[in-house]
Write a protein that binds this ligand. Structure first.
Ligand code: SF4
Length: 393
């Protein structure tokens, strides 16, 4: 296929595909799927070999959020029967983090529900970061606390945070359909504040919310322009009790095509398989390792993932290896750019500056058809942080 040869060549050169090429990946047939995975796998291996970075989520504060993100089980008015608790103490969070590190995680992601942290919250999280760093040598810590106010990114950096996560989630043009209490621009600004403070930016998307192919390409091109070091790709977990509970739009094949498209557009970035992999990829998860170079180990914020040992077995069985703390995740040219903040400016040689975030009228605008609801695969987290039960790691 000429399309795939072109995309592999571009990926190996870190050159931006065209929007049409990215859309064409999403439009490939099931008969072409293994060719698509093999092609994107070549790009993945060029920049990351067969390494898989493991990340571990610690939900510092769960539920009761005043924001209305439709996809989120912690949103205002959510009827999802999730765990609800306020801030974990530093030693509780550190204990949960240690379980993830013992399971092979290289990065711990500290997440709190809410619009954004108060200065007192930043103090609290700073103490938690210090405790985790003290007790787990070499661990990377990423904070995910919502929209940041002036100076907060710098304070988190000074406390030892390595990275900050804030996802764009979906395209700018559909953002208002998903959330009304903050804007897409607010999200972009927080990612830029994190980058300006020297934090490695992590920003990604959620697929399966009823968006079109053009929306998916828009958000991935916007991410490339924003130039985060890691791009988590979530597949919507349609929680009962949230407005998107009926949005079952993904097949394993479509999920793989989306991951391949992200890899072609962001060839040398840490592409992370995030929430929803067990629910939507199901038995096809190992194929995704040929596309992503990073996954979450164990459970998610409010839902349970497969057993941590099953993650490790899957990686080994598929012929990949868990990345150790002695290895730098990003390729040399990105890691050397400072804080790992990618290739630096948007006008660098990889063509980040030439992206366009708008949708052409001739592009498909119909969302994917609904798929079978697999509510049997969604289980609310009942162990780990905020409970008396041991975490899954
Ligand atoms: S701000 Fe975060 S926790 Fe709150 S509803 Fe949105 S995604 Fe959920």
């Amino acid at each position: 296929m000429d399309l795939l040869n072109t995309l592999v060549e571009k990926g190996l050169r870190r050159e931006l595909p065209t929007r049409e090429e990215a859309l064409a990946v999403l439009a490939t047939t099931d008969d072409e799927l293994l060719d698509v995975v093999a092609a994107a796998g070549k790009v993945r291996r060029q920049w990351f070999g067969r390494r898989v970075k493991l990340n571990y989520l610690v939900n510092l504060k769960s539920g009761l959020c005043p924001e209305d993100c439709s996809y989120c089980s912690q949103r205002l008015g959510s009827k999802a029967e999730i765990l609800k608790y306020t801030w974990l103490k530093a030693d509780e969070a550190s204990k949960a983090a240690a379980a993830g590190v013992a399971g092979g995680a290289k990065r711990v992601c500290l997440v709190a529900s809410g619009r954004g942290p108060t200065d007192k919250d930043v103090d609290r999280v700073s103490k938690t970061i210090e405790a985790i760093k003290e007790q787990n040598e070499g661990v990377e810590v990423c904070a995910c606390l919502g929209l940041l106010s002036d100076g907060q990114a710098e304070r988190l950096r000074a406390a030892g945070a390595d990275a900050y996560n804030h996802n764009l989630n979906t395209s700018e043009s559909t953002y208002g359909d998903i959330t009304t209490t903050h804007t897409y621009a607010d999200r972009v600004e927080t990612v830029q504040q994190a980058q300006a403070a020297g934090l490695s930016a992590c920003s990604g998307l959620i697929a399966g919310m009823g968006e079109t192919d053009a929306d998916l390409v828009d958000v991935v091109f916007s991410l490339r322009e924003l130039d985060p070091d890691s791009v988590p790709v979530n597949f919507l977990i349609p929680f009962e009790g949230t407005p998107l509970a009926k949005e079952w739009n993904l097949t394993p094949q479509r999920a793989l095509r989306i991951l391949a498209m992200v890899r072609f557009v962001c060839p040398d970035v840490e592409v992370r398989l995030a929430g929803g992999r067990e629910v939507h990829l199901r038995t096809m998860q190992p194929l995704a390792l040929h596309l992503v170079n990073s996954i979450f180990l164990g459970d998610y914020l409010t839902s349970e993932g497969q057993a941590g040992q099953a993650d490790l077995d899957m990686i080994a069985d598929a012929g990949f290896e868990v990345e150790g703390t002695d290895t730098t995740t990003l390729p040399g040219h990105r890691a050397a750019a400072g804080g790992g903040c990618g290739s630096g400016s948007a006008s660098s040689e990889d063509g980040c500056g030439s992206v366009c975030g708008t949708t052409s009228p001739e592009e498909p605008s119909v969302p994917a058809a609904r798929e079978e609801a697999r509510t049997d695969l969604v289980s609310v987290r009942r162990r780990g942080a905020g409970t008396d039960l041991a975490p899954n790691a």
